[in-house]
Design a protein. Structure first.
Length: 191
């Protein structure tokens, strides 16, 4: 791929969009996605209540062909990250989205994303509007639905369901019938 052979130093650097002090300050305030690889998801450069701004500098590892086309999944990942940052809660997860990709990105493009969280910040479900520009051109727009939880999503317990309890009883009866053993019956025969 010819485009990958270009010198990466020719492309924009993060310091053109925010000072290192600002980036460090924002990172210290971020509660969301602490282990995320910002090289592929963008860097949050501004953060305030219900608002975040990020920059994604496209890199050689993001391209999919010899023309320098950037895979659109990186755009979506960057949008998700800036949306999560706008809410900035430790435990939040994306549950839905409606996205529009107006123009493709190429190697060397700088995508600036801005996110505004809607609804009351105490709401568990939040909509976040994200708009992305390359220079003055709008290339991306989305509304992302994010749910904020009290603890990590993997630690949440599902509430008991009456349909699950019935299914378990039916499964036990089916097993009992198939094995010739009827539970809770006087004189049940065990093979």
């Amino acid at each position: 791929m010819a485009k990958k052979e270009q010198n990466y130093e020719e492309f924009a650097q993060l310091e053109e969009f925010a000072t290192q002090e600002d980036i460090t300050r924002v990172k210290s305030e971020l509660l969301v996605c602490p282990e995320l690889n910002t090289a592929v998801s963008g860097t949050i450069i501004e953060l305030s209540k219900n608002h975040a701004k990020s920059v994604l500098i496209t890199a050689p590892d993001m391209i999919v062909d010899d023309q320098g086309l950037v895979f659109d999944g990186y755009i979506f990942a960057a949008a998700n990250y800036v949306a999560q940052a706008a809410i900035n809660k430790e435990y939040s997860v994306l549950i839905g989205s409606r996205c529009f990709f107006y123009a493709p990105l190429k190697l060397g493009d700088v995508l600036e994303l801005e996110a505004h969280a809607l609804f009351d910040e105490t709401s568990k479900k939040r909509d976040v509007r994200v708009v992305g520009h390359v220079k003055e051109i709008k290339v991306f727009e989305s509304t992302l639905q994010i749910v904020v939880t009290d603890e990590h999503i993997f630690r949440l317990k599902r509430p008991p369901s009456t349909t699950n309890a019935k299914s378990e009883e039916e499964a036990a009866e089916t097993i009992a019938v198939n094995t010739g053993v009827m539970p809770n019956m006087p004189g049940a025969k065990v093979n």
